[in-house]
Design a protein around this ligand. Structure first.
Ligand SMILES: [Zn+2]
Length: 177
C-alpha cells in the first residue's frame, strides 16, 4: 500500500476542473492501484472522503467511507465513485460542520442539499445510482465539488463559523469521542 501526499489549499490542482475517465480506463491496473492508494491515504489521515485532485491527480474519482446507517461499530466500507453526477432531491438545505484534508485543522459550517441522487461508475466500471441524505449526502457533495475545483469555504454563507480544530472541539463539537 502507498500513502499519497495530500495537496493543501493553495496548490493549483485543487482549483482545476478534473477530467472524466473513459470506462475502459477504470479497470486498468494503474487506476485500480490509484483507487486502493486513495483509500489507504484517506484511512491513514482519518478522512471520510478523498478526491483525486487532493492527491495531485486531475481525475473525476473520489473515495468515501459512507456509513450505511446501521449501528455497526465498524468503519464503513470505502467506495469509489467515478464521474459522479449529482441530482438534488427536494429543496431542503442543511448547514453543518465540514473539514477537509487539504485544509488541515479548520472547520466551518457549510449549507448542503439534504438529499441527493448520484449517478457514477463504480471501480469495476459498472453504472451505479445511489440515494443519500444527511451526512453521506454532505460527503458526496463535498467530494464532487473537489472535482470542479471548489473548496468548502466557497460554499459557506459566511466565514463567521470558521474555526480551528482545537476551538471546534472545545466550543462546538456535539459528541466528543
Ligand atoms: Zn475536501
Amino acid at each position: 500500500m502507498s500513502i499519497l501526499k495530500v495537496a493543501r489549499m493553495g496548490h493549483p490542482v485543487l482549483r482545476a476542473k478534473a477530467r472524466p475517465l473513459e470506462k475502459a480506463e477504470i479497470r486498468t491496473a494503474a487506476m485500480q492501484k490509484l483507487i486502493d492508494d486513495m483509500i489507504d491515504t484517506m484511512s491513514e489521515y482519518h478522512g471520510v472522503g478523498l478526491a483525486a485532485p487532493q492527491i495531485h491527480e486531475g481525475l473525476r474519482i473520489f473515495v468515501a467511507a459512507l456509513d450505511a446507517g446501521d449501528d455497526d461499530e465498524d468503519e464503513a466500507e470505502p467506495i469509489a465513485l467515478i464521474n459522479p453526477e449529482i441530482t438534488v432531491v427536494g429543496s431542503d438545505v442543511v448547514e453543518d460542520w465540514e473539514g477537509c484534508l487539504s485544509i488541515p485543522d479548520i472547520r466551518g459550517r457549510v449549507p448542503r442539499a439534504r438529499e441527493i441522487k448520484v449517478r457514477a461508475f463504480d471501480r469495476t466500471g459498472a453504472r451505479i445510482e445511489l440515494s443519500a441524505h444527511d451526512f453521506p449526502a454532505r460527503v458526496i457533495q463535498h467530494e464532487t465539488d473537489h472535482l470542479d475545483g471548489v473548496l468548502f469555504f466557497d460554499r459557506m454563507k459566511s466565514l463567521a463559523s470558521m474555526t480551528f480544530l482545537d476551538e471546534y472541539s472545545r466550543y462546538w463539537r456535539k459528541d466528543p469521542d
